[in-house]
Design a protein around this ligand. Sequence first.
Ligand SMILES: Nc1ncnc2c1ncn2[C@@H]1O[C@H](COP(=O)(O)OP(=O)(O)OP(=O)(O)O)[C@@H](O)[C@H]1O
Length: 472
Amino acid sequence: MFHGMGGNFPSFTSTMFQHSASISGSVMMLSTAYNYVPHPVRAHIYSLYQHTVDLFVKWLLSLWFVDWFVSRFRTVAPDIPKIMKVAINEYQRVGKFHNQIFEAADTYLNTKISPTTMKGLEFSKSEKDKGVTVSVNKRYQTIEDDFEGIQIKWSLVAESTDDESSTRFEVSFEEKHYGKVVESYIPHILKIAKELKDGKKTLKLYRGSGGGVSLQHPSTFQTLAMDHDLKKDIIDDLDRFVSRRDYYKRVGKAWKRGYLLYGPPGTGKSSLVAAMANYLNFDVYDLELTNVHSNCQLRSDIDCSAELRDRNDPLGRPKSRSTELTLSGLLNVIDGIWSCCGDERIIIFTTNHKDKLDPALLRPGRMDKHIHMSYITPQGFRILASNYLSIDKHHLFGEIEELIQESQTTPAEVAEEVMVSDDADVSLNGLVQFLKRKLLETKQLKEQEEAQKALKEETDHVTPKCTCSKNQ
Ligand SMILES: Nc1ncnc2c1ncn2[C@@H]1O[C@H](COP(=O)(O)OP(=O)(O)OP(=O)(O)O)[C@@H](O)[C@H]1O
């Protein structure tokens, strides 16, 4: 405590020394000047100084106290979380590249917004997008995410100087989850962002070596007239295939799968290909082999970014021009498609005559799964009735199902009949007449075939006799 004025005031310099041992010569000069300052003003300066020192001491004390408190608290409650903050830059200056994690996070976080609680909502739709994109101006807020019990906070920071501007996400989470965030959470974001992007992409259909056109085939697994168990089996197989990237990598196999769809015309082979493409969001490269006349043409028709190599040539040189399409040329190309493309690939062969295919084509590794597309079944008919006529029962269903089981009718034929009218009575009556006619024709055809067979057997039976008599 200090009293009075003038001589009663401790000198400026001596007071300073009480609080700090590191006073420089410049302060000495100040103290000399201070002696010339009138007493009332000195009192004012002194009280100001005293106030500042008090504040400084209190600040130091509070720091010390907080530190002491936190350390005490940690002893009592050692689980107090240590928060870690990581930056994800939009543009990586070192290495000069656009950061894919930033882009993926930007897409991913749009799935975490709550339209009712968040500010800065934005709606957008590009020409290619199928639906409206709802996003949020992330600069305005912190977005919270929960990944397998880990709480993660995201905020977008944008900074700019005269020379440059930079944008980054700051991600905070508990330090102990660092490993999981790097190994699982970030890959999860990349995967979801890719799926979101793919979900919006327009499927392309490529024919020959020309450019792609939009694939607008409406066929889906829901609309396919096919037995439920077979449908489920195919969907499960596709799901298993696309989710096994790491598996294929681990066992050292190319990530590919081959399907063979076989059955009579009009049983839905092309429809199933479209349903698979729509389900997986895969583009379709369509090649009609009956129009391919040489190995060379086959190679040039397959639009693949890498040049296909001859598997028989140890140096992998491109195969010489060939004037005919051969089985080995076809196998070469199939195996080449697998090896030239890194990502997941599915190749689907469709044929009306499986029995005419060479076993080399059918072996697992080329055609892993064979799917028989059969004539329509009662279950398939109900799917078509539901799709085309929006009905799941009708008094003609029983009769139709019996006729279907007796005749060999394709889904394409049934589809043609049920789309004749929107009136279910009209369409289904038409279908009954069609099936009866078909059954009659089939019976007549069968009778004719049997008659021809009998005639042939009779002739065969008679012919040796003649031969014999000739020899004699
Ligand atoms: N299983 C099915 N489910 C639903 N619709 C089908 C089915 N099969 C055929 N259709 C209908 O018949 C039309 C022709 O079928 P699709 O071209 O898929 O048969 P396909 O077996 O590929 O014939 P092809 O062997 O002649 O190429 C389709 O556009 C669709 O309307």
